[in-house]
Ligand binder design. Structure first.
Ligand SMILES: NC(=O)c1ccc[n+]([C@@H]2O[C@H](COP(=O)([O-])OP(=O)(O)OC[C@H]3O[C@@H](n4cnc5c(N)ncnc54)[C@H](O)[C@@H]3O)[C@@H](O)[C@H]2O)c1
Ligand SMILES: [Zn+2]
Ligand SMILES: [Zn+2]
Length: 377
């Protein structure tokens, strides 16, 4: 194990709301149970922008966020036995300890280590990065993939085959499993179903592809941006509308006024109003999956409780597509290699870390399905 520190280049959040600053920082050597990762590619998920906008506040600043990542292990901490230097890995924004009740139940996406995701520390409660003034720098999700090197706990990394490009592999760290799992696991889409997906970004496009591969008869995409609607049709949507009201009308026209079997909310910034509008699209005993996030203090209103109970509808929360990361990542990459899911097509544009503010402007302006940072070393 190396005791040396590593010079790193990362995008740092210093105030919230704010912008990213690109800084040279110092990363400590891996502690027991940790690995040093040369981060090769990082996906630009909207959740990191929720930190920047302070919708999802970080208690410790400055911070390096970023939670979709793929890279190569370059050093091992003590006690790491099932990973080797040179291994290619995908990280998971949900660590899996393998021992807590939720991991034991096969629900790694609810692992008790999830409590460190917003805290900004590793599991011993300390930080791994120092800035130029010697101040501690936090990381989100025990990861911080907007850095060209990073320390990760062994519970956060999943070894993957070396023949998958890093830009593609990083997407199965969050967007792909969360989206596909929204449809397959959380909405439990069945052959012949009618499914509405609201918001076609990196998550929603995968909910579309997940619904289509589950045998949905109709996959109705909703996004106000025409480019997103066009892309949704390439990923298996059968119709695409600009508004939720149009999707509701169409789903009801197919079902004698009853509505869709399920609807999935994957907009960038969720509000009660969007959830209530989407709820109106589902039928009796239908399922509404809430995948998107917005301001952390937002509460649900606008849904009639008599209708919820008497129509036996279900509102389903969702983290990581209700999937265990160590199950989902190898399955999804194998499906990619067998051409059963589209991953290359998700990447609209790649950026350098110095371009991260522009990259997130592009996301907010609806230009990208997924932008990906390709790190330099
Ligand atoms: N639950 C989880 O585990 C999990 C994991 C990852 C991301 N997320 C959340 O999922 C959401 C989507 O993330 P993303 O990276 O795909 O975002 P994104 O910004 O790439 O895509 C969001 C899309 O929603 C569209 N949109 C906005 N308002 C809309 C409306 N009223 N109706 C229809 N479409 C609308 C936008 O045009 C955009 O195309 C975010 O809130 C993110 O934080 C949740
Ligand atoms: Zn994400
Ligand atoms: Zn666990």
């Amino acid at each position: 194990m190396s005791e040396k520190t590593t010079k790193i280049r990362a995008a740092v959040l210093r105030e919230l709301p704010g912008k990213w600053t690109i800084e040279d920082l110092e990363l400590s050597a891996p502690k027991p149970g940790e690995v040093l990762v040369k981060v090769m590619a990082a996906g630009l998920c909207h959740s990191d922008d929720h930190h920047r906008s302070n919708d999802l506040p970080l208690p410790n600043l400055p911070a390096v966020v970023g939670h979709e990542g793929a890279g190569v292990i370059v050093a091992l901490g003590e006690g790491v036995t099932d990973l080797e230097v040179g291994d290619h890995i995908v990280c998971s924004f949900i660590p899996s300890c393998g021992k807590c009740k939720w991991c034991s139940l096969g629900m790694q996406n609810l692992c008790d280590f999830g409590r460190f995701i917003l805290e900004g520390t590793q599991i011993d409660g300390t930080f791994r990065i120092k800035d130029a003034d010697g101040k501690d720098v936090a990381t989100s999700a025990m990861l911080g993939t907007f850095s060209n090197f990073q320390i990760m706990d062994q519970s956060s990394v999943i070894k993957v085959d070396k023949d998958v490009p890093f830009e593609v592999a990083c997407l199965v760290a969050c967007g792909v499993p969360t989206g596909i799992g929204s449809a397959r696991n959380m909405a439990n889409v069945q052959v012949g179903d009618i499914v509405v997906v609201v918001g076609i970004g990196g998550i929603g496009i995968n909910a579309v592809q997940g619904a289509a591969m589950s045998g949905a008869q109709r996959v109705i995409a909703v996004d106000p941006i025409e480019y997103k609607r066009t892309r949704a049709l390439e990923f298996g949507a059968t119709e695409a509308f600009a508004t939720i009201a149009e999707a509701e009308k169409f789903a009801k026209s197919l079902t004698n006024g009853q509505g869709a079997d399920s609807a999935i909310v994957t907009v960038g910034v969720i509000t009660s109003e969007i959830v209530a509008q989407t709820y109106a699209t589902i039928r009796k005993a239908g399922t509404l999956v809430v995948t998107a996030m917005g301001n952390h203090a937002e509460e649900l209103s606008g849904i009639n409780l008599f209708d919820l109970a008497m129509m036996q509808k279900r509102i389903q929360g969702n983290v990581y597509g209700g999937w265990s990361p160590r199950v989902a990542v190898p399955i999804l990459l194998d499906m990619y290699k067998r051409k059963e899911i589209k991953l290359d097509e998700l990447i609209t544009r790649t950026y350098k870390i110095d371009e991260i503010n522009e990259a997130y402007d592009d996301m907010r302006n609806g230009k990208n399905i997924r932008g990906v940072i390709v790190h330099e070393h």
